[in-house]
Write a protein that binds this ligand. Structure first.
Ligand SMILES: Nc1ncnc2c1ncn2[C@@H]1O[C@H](COP(=O)(O)OP(=O)(O)OP(=O)(O)O)[C@@H](O)[C@H]1O
Ligand SMILES: [Mg+2]
Length: 247
């Protein structure tokens, strides 16, 4: 498998003098889930923001499908097939669910000519088959939906865009256990459709179980990495501590 995304020696931060990420390298492959785990404040969300241009790297390279996209602004990345489901909501609360779902796809269509009108309609119907619970909610204001329903809109919106790389930050935070199961099913669905997924979630056990490759981030540096099996059999000391496992 070749890497869809490669971060090569990336250093990034919010101010000139403090680097939140230091010399960070990782790869994400098509059709597979790559998990990024670390304590609060380790820099996980900053990694995602550095990839999609919200926090442009000061040094190093972000390479996507073989092209250098370092520091490209977020609005240019959706047209290239990169989508970001952020930790916080990206929905417009006073717009309807339908408007929230269609907006990015229609903007993309206007800007680039694809997808064509009939393809938008086809995708919208297919989306309702994948996320049937949204059908009765289409005319509701997004802000009136429950947290779980809003998360479903986020994933349906992403799925409509058909990204080849999807960055998913803390998708299960604040959700009831039953909804959390659904969220992880959607992530598996995305990967089964050949998307490359970079996943951050505080549920470390879950991330380890469902990721093909895992990176551990500590204070902005990758301190361990391996396949799921490496972590499941003999957990790294650091991960054991986070999980509260006595040894
Ligand atoms: N907009 C910002 N301006 C300045 N510093 C920031 C900003 N956002 C985050 N930071 C700092 O960068 C560091 C990494 O934050 P980040 O949000 O990437 O961590 P995280 O691993 O995603 O944490 P969490 O698990 O709490 O979501 C923290 O020290 C944080 O205080
Ligand atoms: Mg975060």
């Amino acid at each position: 498998m070749s890497a869809v995304l490669a971060l090569d020696d990336v250093t990034a931060g919010y101010s000139v003098d403090i680097d939140v990420l230091r010399h960070l390298s990782l790869t994400v492959e098509a059709g597979s889930i790559t998990g990024l785990i670390g304590l609060n404040g380790a820099g996980k969300s900053t990694v995602m923001k550095a990839i999609c241009g919200f926090v442009p790297p000061k040094a190093g390279h972000v390479v996507y499908e073989g092209a250098d996209i370092t520091g490209l602004p977020p609005h240019k990345l959706s047209a290239r097939g990169i989508w970001y489901i952020p930790q916080e909501s990206s929905l417009f609360p006073f717009m309807t669910v339908t408007e929230n779902l269609r907006l990015p796809l229609e903007s993309l269509s206007r800007a680039t000519g694809t997808p064509a009108r009939n393809e938008i309609e086809r995708r919208f119907e297919a989306m309702l088959d994948k996320f049937p619970a949204l059908r009765p909610k289409l005319r509701a204001q997004a802000g009136d939906l429950s947290g779980g329903q809003q998360k479903m809109v986020e994933f349906a919106k992403a799925w409509l865009m058909r990204p080849r790389l999807c960055l998913i930050d803390e998708p299960s935070i604040g959700l009831a256990p039953k909804i959390v199961e659904e969220v992880f099913e959607w992530i598996r669905l995305f990967a089964s459709e050949q998307m490359a997924i970079l996943l951050v979630d505080h549920n470390v056990r879950r991330v380890i179980a469902m990721s093909h490759r895992i990176y551990v981030l500590s204070l902005g540096e990758i301190t361990a990495s391996g396949a799921s099996a490496d972590f499941a059999g003999d957990l790294h000391e650091q991960v054991k501590q986070w999980l509260g496992i006595n040894f």
